[in-house]
Ligand binder design. Structure first.
Ligand SMILES: [Fe+2]
Ligand SMILES: [Fe+2]
Length: 225
């Protein structure tokens, strides 16, 4: 099974049906609201919580870096899959997960500022890697640089942010966040964009860059096949 086929966020998600009734709030606790709309999302995209979704994607990303280093014809396909997974993963974290962590965790502001700094640095390396491409000079060196930055960043997220979210946030809220993450990934850009690196930019850019990237991906695959 391919790396992204397990992530399956682009193929298995059904858009929730929104009605006036479903946006009615049905519960609030400690400043964190639970809406019927979010509950509808959980039903529509499955009950996996955000920490499980993102931790699974971290494992897929690590494997993706190894696959993208393999020589031969599959390298291009493995590279494209890795870039896509990285782009949608970070977009969802930046738009949905870090903002919640910033609000609800003790020292959340400082903690998420450190994560965003790491993400900016990783994105700089990923943009350089994207421009080099799997056939370009210095590809393996750039791939390895990006791999080190991304895996270090992912380990810190799991250790500092995800573990704290598990302690601070109710399981039902984390499952809703998991649904928000999966839905955001359906529309997220599929390649690294250096200036899209925070909540506002991700939410603004997704409806524009997401479709544009997907069209460019489709054209690229048609040209190469
Ligand atoms: Fe991240
Ligand atoms: Fe992550």
């Amino acid at each position: 099974m391919g790396i992204l086929s397990k992530a399956a966020v682009t193929t298995s998600v059904t858009k929730p049906v929104l009605t006036a009734k479903t946006v009615t709030r049905v519960g609030t606790r400690a400043g964190k609201s639970v809406s019927a709309w979010s509950l509808g999302l959980v039903g529509a995209v499955g009950g996996e919580d955000a920490v499980d979704v993102l931790t699974r994607q971290h494992r897929q990303i690590k494997l993706g870096f190894l696959r993208a280093a393999l020589p031969g014809p599959p390298r291009r396909r493995n590279f494209d899959r890795l870039m896509r997974l990285l782009a949608i993963h970070e977009a969802a974290e930046e738009a949905h997960v870090h903002p919640l962590a910033r609000r609800v965790l003790r020292h959340g502001r400082e903690l998420t500022a450190r994560r965003r700094h790491e993400e900016k640095e990783a994105k700089r390396l990923l943009v350089a890697l994207w421009r080099t491409g799997p056939d370009g000079p210095g590809y393996l060196r750039r791939l390895n640089e990006a791999r080190r930055a991304v895996t270090r960043h992912a380990a810190r997220e799991e250790r500092e942010e995800f573990a704290a979210l598990r302690r601070a946030v109710r399981p039902s809220r984390l499952r809703m966040l998991g649904s928000e993450v999966k839905l955001a990934q359906v529309y997220a850009p599929t390649r690294p964009h250096r200036w899209v690196n925070n909540e506002v930019m991700n939410k603004l850019a997704a409806p524009v860059l997401g479709p544009v990237d997907r069209v460019r991906d489709a054209v690229r695959h048609r040209v190469m096949s």
